[in-house]
Write a protein that binds this ligand. Structure first.
Ligand code: SIN
Length: 275
């Protein structure tokens, strides 16, 4: 197995491994790489839905997503789909999956199934690199803060997706979420300090209103969105990408109007977060 960086601060491409067979020490090395680099890309994978589920079970538990369409045959798989006639994609803004859960999902395994002829790349940003780049003053200001996260405004009836042509395909309009996390967490496995707020699901700092929180929140987001901390996954048939939701943000680009894109996502169970 060989690994080469996708970008200086984020991501690796892993060669010489089939995920369907990766177990034992190989799986441990893959986990370590994803915890450190945030995201790993695997090309030319033979990983159909059953094999994807088996691999996820070998990694650990599976968290079933409450909102995305499911396929009855494989309820563990959330279908990330944009039909050719739809304008809006899923995940087309910077976010980290499931930060609205008190024990957020560790990460996600996303397998390409249908790809547009060009475009539809996914951007990732490394939250350890973003935290390191903050000024000492900014680090001191966020040291003891926590923040509230929810997905209600995104998925509920009348929420963001309901205003779009994805609304009818999504589920869970009645689900209510809410979680409070430290703004700076330590990665549960590597110990690295990570910025843990994101523009899609983080609403306010604890003890402050949304309006009071916004100026500082925007300073943090501005650092987290800098291209220096990012890497880009260009999908190809057979590509599987696995990321760590604590270490990274991601953003699915919606630049392929008139074409379909479908990927299968399994969300991996995480562990409690701490400062
Ligand atoms: C997601 O946000 O999980 C989907 C990412 C993608 O479609 O590239």
């Amino acid at each position: 197995m060989k690994m080469k960086p996708l970008a200086p601060e984020c991501g690796v491409e892993v060669e010489g491994v089939q995920l369907a067979e990766a177990r034992g020490e190989t799986l441990e090395s893959i986990k370590q790489a994803i915890w450190e680099h945030g995201v790993a890309v695997f090309r030319d994978q033979e990983l159909g839905p059953e094999a994807q589920i088996d691999f996820a079970r070998a990694w650990g538990g599976i968290d079933i997503n409450a909102y995305f369409p499911l396929d009855d045959r494989w309820p563990e798989i959330a279908v990330v789909r944009k039909r050719a006639d739809q304008q809006t994609n899923i995940g087309g803004a910077w976010h980290t999956d499931h930060s609205y859960d008190q024990v957020p999902a560790m990460g996600s395994i996303l397998a390409a199934r249908v790809l547009p002829p060009t475009g539809g790349d996914t951007l990732f940003s490394h939250m350890g690199a973003a935290y390191d780049a903050l000024s000492d003053d900014l680090k001191a200001r966020i040291e003891d803060l926590s923040a509230f996260h929810t997905a209600d405004h995104v998925y509920q009836e009348g929420g963001i997706y309901a205003q779009t042509d994805q609304g009818a395909d999504l589920r869970g309009h009645e689900v209510r979420t809410g979680a409070t996390h430290p703004v700076v967490i330590r990665h549960p496995r590597t110990g690295r300090r990570l910025l843990y707020v994101n523009p899609s699901f983080t609403i306010h700092f604890t003890g402050q209103t949304g309006a009071q929180s916004l100026p500082l929140m925007q300073e943090l987001w501005a650092e987290a969105m800098k291209p220096a901390h990012q890497c880009r996954v260009v999908w190809q048939p057979g590509t599987v990408t696995i990321w760590d939701n604590r270490t990274t943000w991601h953003n699915a680009l919606n630049d392929y109007q008139g074409h379909a894109r479908e990927l299968h996502r399994i969300t991996l169970t995480g562990e409690p977060l701490a400062a």
